[in-house]
Design a protein around this ligand. Sequence first.
Ligand code: TGC
Ligand code: FAD
Length: 390
Amino acid sequence: MNDNFISPDFYQIDDLLSEEHKLIRESTRQWVSKSVCPIIEDYAQKAEFPKHLVKELGEVGAFGPYIPQKYGGAGLDQISYGIMMQEIERGDSGIRSTASVQSSLVMFPIWKFGSEEQKMKFLPKLATGEIMGCFGLTEPDHGSNPSGMTTNFKSDGDDIILNGSKMWISNSPFADIAVVWAKDENKRIHGVIVERGMKGFTTPETHNKWSLRASATGELIFDNVRVPKKNILPGKSGLGAPLMCLDSARYGISWGAIGVAMDCYNTALKYSLERVQFGKPIAAKQLQQKKLAEMLTEITKAQLLSWKLGKLKNEDTATSAQISLAKRNNVDMAMNIARESRQVLGGMGITGEFSIMRHMMNLESVITYEGTHDIHLLILGHDITGHNAF
Ligand code: TGC
Ligand code: FAD
């Protein structure tokens, strides 16, 4: 597969980045070009997760880059995290999923809500990829409305007994641990670390996906699973705890979507300059220029949005609604660019010779998970009007 990526920077947004940000971008970009781009199409066609990339993701620092060094992270800022997600998703949304689930949905809750013992036990191994985690919030009957979840536990001495099931869980088929959200006897939601090998805990894989084919998705099934109470995250309970994790992951996705859009734009631009029809490169035709000009406009707007959101995240002042706006806008922007750039390539656009069609299919998941396009609109509507329309 081709990889001659040149990233568009029409508004010199690089001037807003530090030297460290640029170094992180360069090293992540080189890794993606070397290790992801050459193999990802084959894995997507086979519907297989390239598991050998886990160790390398750990080595490039993609697992918990903003987690303090004391716990095995790199202690970087939020813009660094965003840049990494952008570069990795330029390769494939499924690989970015692996990195963002591990960082924002597994390491983040253990770091923010875990005991010191839990942090020391799990975070350093999660940072290197020695162990992998997944995040269980969604259930078969509760997707957009997780507060209705029925997964529950009862106290039994020093343990809890966990029952229920989770669906659509990224990385579940191979994860060593799962951060699972479940209700106690008082219907209060808690995070529980469930470890592979616990009796009654199974993780069947979900097959036949047309999207995120290089990412493993599955269920989490709990049949009277005995979990020690010391595996409950003590620092925060209630739906606000998983929603805080989602804020972190949604922010990363806003950057990731830019990576996809840049890759599609870049592919379409190069193809249009080379492809000759009616005696001229198609890039010389007004209709193709309109597509390219609009793509670059939308990418530039999205770059500024995520950069400013990163500044707010660094100051710890980003609101959930601001994050929803960026996730919603940027994923939608990337989907439109994938569709338009696919058309620029004509028939070639549907083949695995180019990354566009895989990106387009992946984005169907990205626009649905971490809150659907419409749920983010309703979060914004609530913020603007004060009326909850869920
Ligand atoms: P609501 O009543 O609004 O809130 C419940 C409690 O939570 C507080 N809260 C937040 N706290 C922290 N951060 C946030 N972003 C928060 N948003 C709300 C809120 O103040 C309240 O606190 P308290 O103390 O009063 O109880 O909750 P609701 O039930 O009305 O639901 C709100 C809604 C619809 C926005 C929420 O349920 C939602 O976001 N739904 C979408 C579900 C979703 O995004 N699921 C994602 C699953 S994980 C996933 O998709 C991973 S994909 C991974 C990958 O591969 O990349
Ligand atoms: P539903 O909630 O049933 O929604 C169906 C439709 O109804 C949507 O269009 C939605 O926008 C709309 N809708 C819902 N409520 C309203 C309303 N109030 N008003 C108007 N319209 C509404 N979850 C995890 O917990 N962990 C994971 O790791 C994870 N990984 C995933 C990986 C993949 C590949 C996919 C596809 C999903 C993953 N998810 C994960 C689940 C994901 O978060 C949910 O699919 C998503 O939140 C939507 O839930 P749902 O699929 O049940 O759709």
